[in-house]
Design a binder for this molecule. Structure first.
Ligand code: HT7
Ligand code: ZN
Length: 858
């Protein structure tokens, strides 16, 4: 497999003025005819990408080409001596009915759908399948009338009947787009319709397509779509541009959703929502994914990426936008907690291991392997740092300039930073190294109060671990949110103007951009406690010389819920990773919790987060002993459960089940009730398992039912099996609920590999549906003590091997779960190496091979 380098980028030698596509779907094959009008831009070959295509015929400017006129290999077709103006007619045969990779055009049950990002279009027809070639698409679809739904991007121009019980539809998309945004859908779907009037007064038809039985579950998504459209107008001044916006739900999909122009295709788990089958977090995920894909219309579609190395240009910015939108759906503090929690447990872990890469990688073998937490979530943090530094007004000037300059173009990360800088008048170019340097910087610091001089001196330094390809990491601009609190009263100190400006602290942000810096706060009349990295102002690790008591103070006195949570997490990491005495934490949380729970139950549910075993593992670089980490965490959980034993009982009783309402307050109560139930069971509160059974039986929504089922199954309650059977009977026809049934069993900390294997033998297990596979592999991975056994590792390598041909994108992702094998204590480490090495030679896809090679480099 070939490595591709960012430095080798060259612009396309031809542009495509238009493409007319005809897709003729038949039961056992599909024919694709294309008419491509191309025009030379620079010297160089005329290259059309193509993979797994049977070329039936090709003509150029009216002349049939013979094999002497071109070179063809499994990846491309190169036309010899191409003229400057080239009009091609190309016919190919493809097999969506046997396409299990879920890229290109594939059949999923009774539905044919496309997935073309990043390189799927080349599996539909020959084309310069790269994001910087934009063209106008006209698409004619022909199929049997058993498939009444025929969709493609843009506007419906014509539809009609054909002989042999067939019919056709012609769609024209007036906006130029790259091939990865092309979409077509052929099937038998019901549709939910609505409309939205844009800020320009245009009426947009909104349509969500799903199987008829799923249509009632599309209302939440529809409302989220309208809310997103309004938000993008209000916050970024971006109206929608076409007359229609369609979303199609499909159950077999490799990722969450895809932003195809005007025709989004969604994994059912990201679009269907109903309180009876969808938990609150899953419903939230539907809303934020709808927003994410909608926001791509401006950040991704109208302005796209020049090449795939720039993926974080669209993904990082769009994640930042969907996170900001989500702050309007729940408290901003909890939104930030959830985003940071996922960043730390997934992205920090990725960046600490053999799959570490910069948000803008400089090379890859398989671009599918780079849809990562680093590209998405660290990319979002970079956008956020720049936005915070500018403040809302200047950031808006910057983004206005970006949209003004680059609408209709395929651009780079530099183009974004240039526009933000020029539009706002604030130079942000020193942020560019964040995009091209891997690793999580660590900010270290100390603070000193001088009572006689009335100064508080803060010393901060930064460092990033060296890596083979990055031997000299440079200092980055790290915005550090900072506030001082009076140690005696707990009040936040009002920092005085002059001293602050001299120190470069503006709006509570100090930019650490050297290896070491010192800030002196003057006129500080009482001893302060400093709060740093407020609201997680930068994606860094913080190692500040706090006493445990200082952290307990911040947990009690910080004014922002995120910062309270952060203080608790720092204390917990000290206990779990450095062996600190838990007493300070236990007292502090016991004191803070009841009051927070009364005012903000959602925040209280998050304050009880204990870092996961996987996150803790990511912080241990050698001699990792999963059993030891598990044991320490269990001991702490038990101590916390016991400490508040009487409180759990009262708190649970105070939260009776009430009618379902979809709002942040009620969601908070449901989340808190489930967390409290878990602690009550752990503390052996009398009758707690009975409460779980009653909660299961009386549940009015999935959050309640699943929360209860989890306690019953994970604690091996006498009636666990009966409730599992009941759940199965209730929901056996609801795929997304059944996924939860698999997940709750696969994720059982007291489970084992045998159980996971049995689940994969179950009659409802389905190797063609990634959601079902992930429901077992993803949840089993939550238990490192089970994963890092020989059987556990073999379980994952066997799955990777099986998926290597069938669905390599998924296979590669599942293999990535083993990325921290090299940190294991012996003999586990050697066993892991042997198991991974045994996979070599047994896999051949570029996705799985690249991941395996990277893992073995560790
Ligand atoms: N931009 C989309 C990426 C995506 C994707 C990538 C690889 C394989 C399948 C995929 N499906 C969707 C999703 C997004 O970020 O919005
Ligand atoms: Zn995206």
């Amino acid at each position: 497999h070939q490595t591709i380098y960012l430095k080798d980028y060259t612009p396309p030698s031809f542009e495509v003025l238009s493409i007319d596509l005809t897709i003729q779907v038949h039961d056992d094959h599909t024919l694709v005819h294309s008419k491509l009008v191309m025009q030379r831009l620079t010297s160089g070959d005329l290259t059309l990408c193509g993979r797994d295509l049977e070329l039936l015929n090709i003509s150029l400017n009216g002349n049939v080409l013979t094999p002497d006129d071109y070179n063809i290999d499994p990846e491309q077709l190169i036309i010899k001596n191409a003229p400057d103006q080239a009009e091609f007619s190309i016919s190919v045969k493809i097999h969506p009915e046997s396409n299990t990779q879920l890229e290109g055009l594939y059949q999923a049950g009774n539905l044919f759908v496309t997935q073309n990002e990043p390189e799927g279009f080349r599996k539909i027809t020959f084309f310069p399948d790269r994001p910087d070639v934009l063209t106008v698409f006209t698409t004619r679809i022909e199929a049997d009338k058993k498939y009444p739904t025929l969709l493609a991007n843009g506007n419906l121009v014509e539809k009609g009947d054909l002989p042999d019980n067939r019919h056709f539809a012609i769609w024209h998309d007036p906006t130029k787009k790259p091939s990865y945004l092309f979409a077509a859908v052929i099937g038998d779907l019901a549709v939910l319709k609505d409309s939205f009037i844009t800020m320009e007064g245009r009426k947009v038809a909104l349509e969500i397509y799903a199987l008829a039985q799923d249509l009632p579950k599309c209302h939440v998504a529809m409302q989220a779509l309208k809310d997103s459209m309004k938000w993008d107008e209000d916050v970024y001044g971006r109206p929608y541009d076409l007359d229609n916006y369609m979303i199609v739900a499909v159950s077999q999909f490799n990722m969450g959703a895809m932003e195809n122009k005007g025709l989004n295709i969604f994994n059912t788990v990201c679009v269907l929502a109903d309180p009876e089958i969808t938990t609150d977090p899953a419903m939230f995920y539907v809303k934020s994914t709808i927003a994410h894909e909608y926001f791509h219309n401006w950040t991704g579609n109208r302005i796209t990426c020049r090449d795939w190395f720039q993926l974080c240009l669209k993904e990082g910015f769009t994640v930042f936008r969907d996170q900001s939108f989500s702050e309007t759906l729940q408290s901003a503090a909890v939104q930030r907690i959830d985003d940071v929690s996922s960043l730390k447990s997934v992205q920090f872990a990725e960046d600490a291991g053999p799959l570490s890469h910069p948000p803008r990688p400089d090379h890859f073998v398989e671009i599918n392997n780079f849809y990562t937490a680093t590209v998405y979530d660290k990319g979002a943090e970079i956008a956020r740092m720049m936005a915070n530094l500018l403040g809302p007004e200047k950031f808006r000037q910057g983004t206005d300039e970006y949209f003004r300059r680059h609408d209709g173009q395929a651009v780079t990360v530099e183009d974004l930073v240039d526009s933000l800088s020029d539009g706002s008048g604030v130079d942000l170019h020193h942020f560019l190294p964040w995009y091209s340097q891997p690793g999580t910087p660590c900010v270290k610091g100390t603070g000193h109060y001088d009572a006689s001089a009335k100064t508080y001196t803060l010393k901060l330094s930064q460092s990033t671990a060296k890596r083979p390809n990055y031997p000299e990491p440079q200092a980055l601009p790290i915005p550090v949110g900072v506030a001082l609190f009076d140690k005696n009263t707990g009040e936040q100190l009002q920092l005085q103007g002059n001293a602050l400006q001299q120190n470069g602290v503006k709006d509570g942000l100090f930019v650490l951009d050297q290896a070491e810096q010192t800030i002196v706060f003057e006129q500080i009349h009482t001893e302060p406690v400093v709060s740093l990295l407020r609201n997680f102002s930068a994606p860094v690790l913080l190692d500040f010389a706090y006493s445990d008591e200082d952290l307990a103070f911040l947990l009690a006195n910080e004014t922002n819920g995120f910062n309270q949570w952060q203080a608790a997490q720092m204390l917990l990491e000290r206990i779990l990773l450095q062996g600190h005495d838990p007493a300070v934490y236990l007292d502090a949380i016991a004191q803070a919790l009841p009051q927070v729970a009364d005012t903000d139950a959602l925040l209280a549910s998050r304050l009880l987060d204990i870092p996961s075993e996987s996150y803790l593992a990511s912080r241990i670089d050698q001699n990792f002993n999963p059993a030891e980490v598990h044991e320490k965490r269990e001991v702490l959980l038990k101590a916390l459960a016991d400490k508040l034993k009487t409180y759990w009982a009262q708190a649970y009783q105070a939260l009776p089940i009430v009618a379902f309402e979809d709002n942040s307050v009620e969601m908070g109560k449901r989340a808190y009730r489930n967390v409290v139930l878990g602690f009550a069971v752990r503390a052996n509160v009398e009758g707690a398992l009975d409460w779980a059974s009653q909660q299961y039986d009386n549940a009015v929504c999935m959050t309640e039912r699943l929360g209860a089922l989890r306690q019953l199954v994970w604690n091996n309650a006498p009636d666990a099996q009966a409730r599992l059977e009941d759940f199965y009977k209730r929901f056996k026809h609801e795929d997304l609920a059944l996924d939860q049934w698999f997940a709750v069993q696969a994720g059982n900390p007291k489970g084992n590999v045998q159980l996971a294997r049995q689940l994969m033998q179950h009659q409802d297990f389905d190797w063609s549906t990634p959601n079902r596979i992930r429901s077992v592999t993803g949840h089993f991975a939550g238990n490192p003590i089970l994963v890092w056994t020989q059987e556990g590792m073999q379980f994952y390598t066997e799955i990777a091997k099986r998926l290597d041909q069938q669905n390599p994108v998924l296979g590669s992702r599942i293999l990535q779960l083993l990325s921290r094998w090299y940190t294991l204590a012996e003999p586990m480490r050697s066993e892991a190496r042997t198991i991974l090495q045994a996979l070599k030679g047994q896999v051949s896809s570029s996705s799985v091979c690249e991941t395996l090679n990277n893992l073995l480099k560790a």
